[in-house]
Design a protein around this ligand. Structure first.
Ligand code: EPU
Length: 422
């Protein structure tokens, strides 16, 4: 198992290129199921989650390869085993987004019910409700979701909101299924995240008829079939936000290439409040901090609100703020595994239910800490860059799920991170 040994404090300076979005790539890969032929997706990052999803598509019958230029090719001519096995789904919850497209393509699907994970329960009831509205018969059998639509799916007006607002992958599942349903589907309370807009744009390129993209009301006119396509995935706004915090927490300056600020307004707004400057430059931006870290209040919300996937990273930053900050987690109320670890590094954080009160400290200190999930591990790496002494982050495989060779990208701009196998 790999660990990171991080020496701090450092001040970052230089240029980093932002990769394609993991959370856009995964449902777009699933969309290939809706076509019979070879689709080519570019800017799909080289991450373990992407490889696992490729294996999952391989089990269904697809051929998934990387071309020499790095493009991801999915040949979905044959899908003869519409089953998402427990062994893969348990590794990655995003596997659930094969359910809708399999049902639409094959008229049946069997996908392992995802369990909970380090960030909470994560139910899929809304996914199933939406697919049932389209006419699917769904039952739970030995830990598997078994869905059938022998006569095909039929369009419907569907409200897809839940107790925490919209659902990203739930919207992806129902949207993909609706593209091949008979008639019109309206999804109300659809997720507006840029990754869902990217999926919808990709589906339209495949021949789907979706309007309202980027809004909470998606209108889908079902078509008889979709064609394979070529599509470039959007840059990863969560990776960009993580590097922005890296510049901010080290009082450094980073130029982020391929970074779209239009999907990051809430993040940019909070960073500017904290005292970080962000200026557009070329196809990206320059992020810098020279003054103190001002305290801030942050509430995570569905897009266009502040993303839960950057909550942990901002907590690391605000731990070094000049005063008290508050973070309220409204998407995954238990997504706070990093709190105790940051406190091991001499942060002063107090959790009260879904709220964390952050009393800023002048400095944090290196310590051995444990990564628990992808974004929590990113927060520990960021804290390690700013903390005095050596931070050892265990279970680095969590970070490899969502950040491509993060140490090889941070070291050239001033970080001192070594990957060691233990
Ligand atoms: N929810 C339900 N019922 C459902 C589905 C969701 O109650 O059927 C609840 C969830 O428990 C949560 C809220 O609705 O409280 C929103 O969850 P959502 O369904 O939007 O999450 P997701 O689609 O499973 C995606 C990302 C997550 C990201 C969330 C929220 C992918 C592959 N995953 O998950 O990304 O945190 O949206 O933005 O796109 C990550 O990249 O580290 C990550 C966890």
């Amino acid at each position: 198992m790999d660990v990171f040994r991080i020496e701090g404090p450092v001040q970052l300076s230089g240029s980093v290129s932002i990769n394609g979005s993991k959370n856009a790539s995964l449902p777009i890969m699933a969309a290939a199921i809706l076509t019979a032929g070879k689709s080519i997706f570019s800017a799909v990052p080289h991450l373990s989650d992407i490889s696992v999803f490729g294996q999952l598509l391989g089990q269904l019958g697809c051929q998934v390869t990387r071309s020499p230029n790095g493009d991801l090719c999915i040949d979905s001519t044959v899908i003869d085993n519409p089953v998402g096995e427990y062994e893969i789904v348990r590794k990655m919850r995003a596997s659930i987004c094969i359910l809708g497209p399999l049902l639409a393509r094959c008229g049946r699907a069997k996908v392992s019910m995802p369990g909970g994970c380090a960030i909470g329960d994560r139910p899929v009831d809304i996914h199933l409700r939406g697919l049932r509205e389209l006419g699917a018969q769904i039952r739970l059998e030995n830990g598997y979701i078994v869905a059938e639509a022998p006569k095909g799916l039929a369009g419907k007006d569907i409200f897809l909101g839940g107790p925490f607002g919209s659902t990203v992958l739930g919207t992806a599942n129902v949207l993909m299924a609706a593209t091949l349903a008979k008639g019109q589907t309206v999804i109300e309370s659809a997720a507006c995240e840029p990754e869902i807009a990217d999926l919808a744009n990709c589906l339209n390129k495949m021949g789907a008829k979706i309007t309202g993209i980027g809004s909470p009301r998606l209108i889908i006119e079902g078509v008889r079939q979709l064609q394979p396509t070529e599509f470039r995935v959007i840059p990863d706004r969560i990776e960009a936000g993580t590097f922005m915090v890296a510049a901010a927490i080290t009082a450094g300056q980073l130029r982020l290439e391929h970074c779209r600020l239009d999907g990051m307004m809430a993040v940019v707004d909070r960073l500017r409040n904290i005292g970080v400057t962000i200026d557009s430059a070329g196809d990206g931006c320059v992020v810098a901090r020279s003054g103190p870290i001002r305290p801030a209040d942050i509430t995570t919300q569905p897009f266009p609100g502040f993303p839960t996937d950057l909550q942990a990273q901002f907590m690391a930053l605000l731990a070094l703020g000049e005063g008290n900050s508050v973070i309220i987690e409204k998407i995954f109320p238990d997504r706070f595994m990093h709190v105790a670890e940051l406190n091991r590094m001499a942060a002063n954080l107090r959790k009260e239910g879904p709220v964390v009160i952050i009393a800023g400290v002048k400095k944090m200190m290196g310590a051995a800490v444990m990564a628990s999930d992808l974004r929590a591990s990113a927060a520990l790496v960021l804290a390690g860059l700013a903390a005095e002494g050596v931070t050892t982050v265990n279970r680095v495989y969590h970070i490899d799920r969502g950040y491509e060779r993060i140490e090889e990208r941070l070291n050239p701009v001033g970080a001192k991170i070594s990957r060691e196998s233990i």
